[in-house]
Design a binder for this molecule. Structure first.
Ligand code: ADP
Length: 621
């Protein structure tokens, strides 16, 4: 017997003993593996890898034996060689757990992470052990003379022995666990249960799923004359996307999504669409209700499944989705040449047309959601809005016009998310700009002194809390002919009347700050705040922060900053006093005020310990 690899053992253990109660899904997993195996062989036959097969030659057979407590699922698909049995079934969810391992090299909390695997990758073949205490896999590869049998109790390990198998394909025999109080495993050897499970989960599978059923013949008196067994096809075999919308229930759409795209939550929106004419296709698109765990990492691969006339060509055709809609899951079925390769896909004119149609469809569906169901649109935007904002900014703004109306920003006046149109629709007469403020959180922005000045005029302020936000707005430049303007760029001008002496003092402070600021001015618009920083020119403070945080940025970028001091604040009087009596101390005050203004903006201060001790010395005076 060979032992399972450690990580496989762990996953297996969790799967078998997990809190996962929906055990019946094992059947769906095994049937979809069987269908994949047939797909693989059918594809080979169509592309010349093997001859003499037609679609009608394929079937999946399910049978059960109540007495023996076994359930058997057999397919005549591609089969597995001994090596493939070893590779595919010796390591659990090979595809899944490998990926999981590389992406979680710093996995912290093992136990909770592990349980998540089930949701993330589907349970796959090993789900058989949720209901069985022994599983046998008889398999003969399409290009093998003989077959092999893989056997395991799902605990320690497995064995592989050669076996004389008359036909190619794979047969899985599950020996059901004994019944316990909480779970009646016998039902999985009951033909009625099996029939309803096949209907429920696997109706769309495109090959016949035949169930061996007992049929009773009755005589005239109503007595059973004879009992015979026959194979009955249970599934309708029409893939979901080939059905008309009225034939498909929401549950079926959702179930298909969860199973095909390994999500444990139903999607936020389903888009079932088709086109005829220049391009012919059917598409089933889903907007997930939450971001996949790796969505905002470089490991995430976008793309739609691509079928040619019902035959799967590729799992992820990336050309079908622009980056800003990379969150969309789904499939496209069209008449394309079968031996289409990665390269030819790229240059296929029809595929480009389909992609462009699909993009338009997604835009219009999102617009629809925005207009008719704001609550769900907001939910969507909080999950994937970042991607749209990157889309506005990317490619030098090539797609900004398509996306600008889909953006939402938090409005300070309304305390909710609004669109740019909402903003311009309710602009005050005479208001020239669309104002925004940047910060880490809305709460932090609310405390920015610069906002007070703009709000005081009765103008709304949009809160930008993601790094990309300001870049996206810079790319848009204007909305409805109204230019965007940062609240920090709003002033920088003298807004208070002051004496010649004050002027000299502010000039003195500016010089004492040694090039840190381009100006120091007095202002009356800061309510209770003593100081703030504003900027002149193109580079804002937020841009300085974002650009300088990029690893490749070696030359530090600097915004032209203006230190504004509130002339109504008591500290201003103190400065006036010190300008006459104690310039050394004035220098210290100026330095502290400037550093505080930097901290308010979230900018770094060189020596915080020094600042803190200076402030405390002043407190102690
Ligand atoms: P997944 O299907 O997510 O890759 P599974 O654990 O379900 O993971 O299966 C692992 C692999 O075993 C599959 O990718 C496939 O190569 C192989 N396999 C499973 N069932 C069959 C089958 N009935 N016929 C041929 N190969 C199979």
């Amino acid at each position: 017997m060979k032992k399972f690899k450690t990580e496989s053992k762990k996953v297996l253990d969790i799967m078998i003993n997990s809190i996962y109660t929906n055990k019946e899904i094992f059947l769906r997993e095994l049937l979809s593996n069987a269908s994949d195996a047939i797909d693989k062989l059918y594809y080979k036959s169509l592309t010349g890898g093997i001859s003499g097969l037609t679609r009608e030659d394929f079937a999946i057979k399910v049978s059960c034996d109540k007495e023996a407590r076994t359930l058997t699922i057999a397919d005549n698909g591609i089969g597995m060689t001994a090596k493939e049995l070893e590779d595919n079934l010796g390591t659990i969810a090979k595809s899944g757990s490998e990926q999981w391992k590389t992406e979680n090299t710093d996995a912290k909390e093992q136990s909770t992470e592990d349980i998540d695997i089930i949701g993330r990758f589907g349970v796959g073949f090993y789900s058989a052990f949720m209901v069985g205490d022994k599983v046998e896999v008889y398999s003969r590869s399409f290009d093998d003379e003989k077959g092999n049998v893989w056997t395991s109790d799902g605990v320690e390990g497995y064995s592989i022995k050669s076996a004389d198998l008359p036909e190619r394909g794979t047969k899985i025999v599950i020996h059901l666990k004994p019944d316990i109080e909480e779970e009646d495993y016998s039902k999985f050897a009951d033909q009625y249960t099996l029939r309803s499970l096949i209907k429920k989960y696997s109706d769309y599978i495109r090959y016949p799923i035949q169930l061996l059923v007992e049929v009773k013949d009755y005589d005239d008196k109503g007595e059973v004359k004879q009992t015979k067994q026959e194979w009955q096809t249970v599934n309708s075999m029409v893939p979901l996307w080939r059905k008309s919308k009225s034939e498909v229930t929401k549950e079926q759409y959702d179930e298909f999504y969860k199973e095909t795209f390994y999500d444990f939550e139903p999607p936020l929106k389903v888009v079932h669409t088709s086109a005829e004419g220049v391009v012919d296709y059917k598409a089933l698109l889903y907007i997930p209700s939450h971001a996949p765990y790796n969505y905002y990492t470089k490991n995430y691969e976008k793309g739609l499944r691509l079928y040619s006339d019902g035959v799967l060509i590729t799992d992820k055709c990336e050309q079908l989705l622009p980056d800003y809609y990379s969150f969309v899951k789904g499939l496209v079925d069209s008449k394309l040449t079968l031996n289409i390769s990665r390269e030819t896909i790229q240059h296929d004119r029809r595929l480009k047309l389909i992609a462009s149609n699909i993009e338009k469809k997604i835009t219009s569906e999102l617009t629809d959601l925005l207009n008719k169901d704001r609550e769900n649109y907001e939910k969507f935007f909080l999950t994937f809005g970042l991607q749209l904002k990157y889309g506005v900014y990317a490619d030098w703004g090539a797609n900004k016009d398509k996306l600008k109306d889909l953006l939402l920003f938090y409005s300070l006046s309304n305390n909710k998310l609004i669109t740019l149109k909402d903003y311009t629709d309710s602009m005050k007469e005479g208001q020239e700009h669309i104002y925004y403020a940047c910060g880490n959180t809305v709460e932090a922005i609310k405390c920015l002194p610069q906002c007070d000045k703009v709000l005081a005029k009765g103008y709304d302020v949009l809160c930008l809390t993601d790094d990309v936000d300001e870049f996206a707005l810079k790319m848009l430049d204007k909305y409805n002919d109204k230019p965007f303007r940062s609240v920090s760029a709003e002033s920088g001008e003298q807004t208070a009347e002051y004496s010649e002496q004050d002027k000299q003092m502010l000039q003195w402070i500016k010089e004492s700050l040694k090039g840190e600021v381009v100006d120091v001015v007095g202002t009356q618009q800061l309510s209770n705040h003593p100081v703030c920083l504003t900027t002149k020119g193109e580079v804002s403070i937020e841009m300085e922060k974002v650009l300088n945080s990029m690893p490749q940025q070696t030359n530090k970028i600097k915004a032209d900053k203006v230190l504004e001091i509130n002339v109504q604040h008591p500290v201003y009087a103190k400065l006036q006093q010190l300008f006459v009596s104690d310039k050394d101390k004035l220098q210290k005050y100026a330095d502290i005020l400037y550093k505080l203004a930097r901290l308010i903006e979230g900018l770094p201060v060189d020596n915080v310990a020094e600042l803190s001790s200076e402030v405390c010395m002043l407190l102690a005076e």
